[in-house]
Write a protein that binds this ligand. Structure first.
Ligand code: PEP
Length: 245
């Protein structure tokens, strides 16, 4: 599974170039869950620009609210479905740190898993927590929102150390593998369904380091920010994942 998170980037001009670059490099695969989450306003334009018989791409949103109505600035599940989007990120560290999203908000949004939305829950520790060897404690706390839930195939976790996002720094691939194994264990023992979720790695993944992460047993794919803004780089990473480089 490979997901692009475009954050608050992009324009119709950028998308025009991106699609040309992506199509020129990407080698299509039927097996892969390949998703792109541009800004809401660009979903339709991107989907129209990318349309092609041999491309199976899912579109998604970077956030969704748990209900509709008096919630200025938010978008609801019905709106997400109207845009033909099939997934949403939830709990991205930028939503937690800039917009004050809490475990309680996130827990409410996780009910959308049962309403047909593919959910990617983002978790990760800060630099300070990492330096103080608090990583596992922090992740365990963030995973509390899953306690007793019945998790199905449409639920995925993205491990994104906050200090690795957009910095060019990453844990080693061995460290990532160990943390992914830990996350799978914690979720399996605390969820209602004993399900083992897919776990993606996110944080400064690029075409040079991606393969080392993909080689690890417990890495089920990647969530990619900066490097996904260039169609050529993103396609190269996806090709590496598919083993067709
Ligand atoms: C992200 O913020 O989801 C992310 C993965 O960003 P980047 O790849 O730019 O570190």
């Amino acid at each position: 599974m490979i997901i692009a998170n475009w954050k608050c980037n992009g324009s119709k001009k950028m998308i025009h170039e991106w699609v040309k670059e992506f199509k020129g490099t990407y080698i299509s695969s039927d097996e892969l869950y390949l998703g792109i989450a541009p800004a809401y306003i660009h979903v339709e334009y991107l989907a129209d620009s990318l349309t092609s018989n041999d491309l199976d791409i899912k579109y998604g949103v970077q956030n969704v609210d748990l209900s509709s109505g008096a919630r200025t600035g938010a978008i609801s599940l019905d709106m997400v479905h109207d845009m033909a989007c099939s997934f949403s990120l939830i709990g991205h560290s930028e939503m937690r740190n800039i917009y004050g999203e809490t475990n309680e908000n996130i827990s409410g949004k996780l009910d959308l898993i049962d309403k047909g939305l593919d959910v990617i829950l983002c978790i990760g520790e800060s630099a300070e927590e990492n330096h103080n060897s608090k990583t596992k404690e922090v992740l365990k706390n963030q995973l509390q929102v899953l306690k007793g839930r019945n998790l199905a195939e449409n639920f995925t976790i993205a491990y994104e150390p906050v200090w690795a996002i957009g910095t060019g720094q990453t844990p080693t691939s061995e460290q990532i593998n160990e943390i992914h194994n830990f996350i799978k264990d914690v979720v399996q023992s605390s969820s209602g369904s004993n399900a083992v979720p897919k776990v993606l790695y996110g944080g400064s993944v690029d075409e040079n380091n991606a393969q080392s992460f993909f080689n690890e047993d417990f890495v089920d794919g990647a969530l990619i920010g900066g490097a996904s803004l260039n169609g050529n780089s993103f396609a190269k990473i996806v090709n590496l994942y598919n083993g067709v480089d």
